[in-house]
Design a protein around this ligand. Structure first.
Ligand SMILES: Nc1ncnc2c1ncn2[C@@H]1O[C@H](COP(=O)(O)OP(=O)(O)O)[C@@H](O)[C@H]1O
Ligand SMILES: [Mg+2]
Length: 260
């Protein structure tokens, strides 16, 4: 497998990130999730789209990884596979030394439920449930724990609001609460600020940053906004279903200081 990975890697590693800094970066880190040469094609014949081509990617525990790329470059397809929401046509996705891409539906659902917190651009809250019910539905947290989590996320007093009674930023916070309440190993965020106004988006980025920097969580953040990559530990850039660049960010900027 190692041989294959080496041969197929055509990723440009930029000067801000010499081979040495990659080694240094990875040295004390544990790989939590890894894709090995995964592929995905949608459609057939004329309508065929190669959404992912030989994507090999390691995700390290405790890092903030930004996946950058324009619309249609394959970011969501990749993120969905990392989260066990869809399976590749070929290649492997390794979690705890197991290939989750070979799991049956039951094991895949269990992986998704237990290990992954997903945050979507469009929040994906259930409109008929209150904020608190949206969170309790998918977690074992009791009332007090949920209340405490809401307070930490700046949602005190919003427990009984329905999604339509919350601003976009608040809805995204509830979706983050829902993700965190499952105590996942890894948070996958697909354009989490994409549906928000600038200020609310910024607050969400600051929140995600805190989760990594203060709580040691692992976050993969997908975005098409170049500037957002400045807050990352490491950046992967995609184009046409391939990783075209990877770099370690030697000058991490705080989310509060980023403008886009
Ligand atoms: N379910 C699907 N059926 C057909 N084509 C799809 C499907 N999902 C994604 N694609 C195509 O795969 C490519 C990558 O899509 P996507 O991963 O959503 O990109 P991104 O998230 O970077 O915008 C696009 O050309 C898109 O149209
Ligand atoms: Mg997308």
């Amino acid at each position: 497998m190692e041989e294959k990975t080496k041969k197929k890697t055509t990723v440009k590693r930029t000067t801000t990130s010499s081979e040495r800094s990659f080694k240094k970066y990875a040295k004390d880190k544990t790989v939590i999730l890894e894709t090995v040469n995964i592929n995905k094609t949608f459609g057939e014949k004329e309508s065929e789209v190669k959404a992912l081509c030989d994507v090999s990617l390691k995700i390290y525990e405790g890092e903030l990884l930004v996946i950058l790329g324009s619309s249609g470059s394959g970011k969501s397809t990749l993120l969905n596979m990392l989260g066990g929401m869809s399976v590749p046509d070929g290649g492997a996705i390794l979690f705890n030394n197991e290939d989750i891409s070979k799991y049956n539906d039951r094991n895949l659902t269990s992986f998704r439920k237990k290990e992954i917190g997903f945050i979507f651009q469009s929040f994906n809250l259930i409109n008929e449930l209150t904020a608190k019910e949206n969170v309790s539905l998918t977690s074992d947290m009791n009332s007090q724990e949920i209340e405490s989590l809401f307070r930490k996320l700046g949602l005190a007093g919003k427990l009984d609001n329905y999604p339509h009674q919350l601003s976009g930023g608040e809805q995204q916070r509830v979706s983050i609460a829902r993700a965190l309440a499952k105590k996942p190993d890894i948070l996958l965020c697909d354009e989490p600020t994409g549906a928000l106004d600038y200020e609310s988006g910024k607050q969400i980025l600051i929140l995600l940053e805190d989760l990594v920097r203060k709580q040691g969580r692992t976050i993969v953040l997908v975005t098409h906004t170049q500037e957002i990559a400045r807050m990352a530990d490491r950046v992967i850039r995609m184009r046409s279903g391939r990783i075209i660049e990877e770099y370690i960010n030697n000058k991490i900027e705080s989310a509060a200081k980023i403008e886009w």
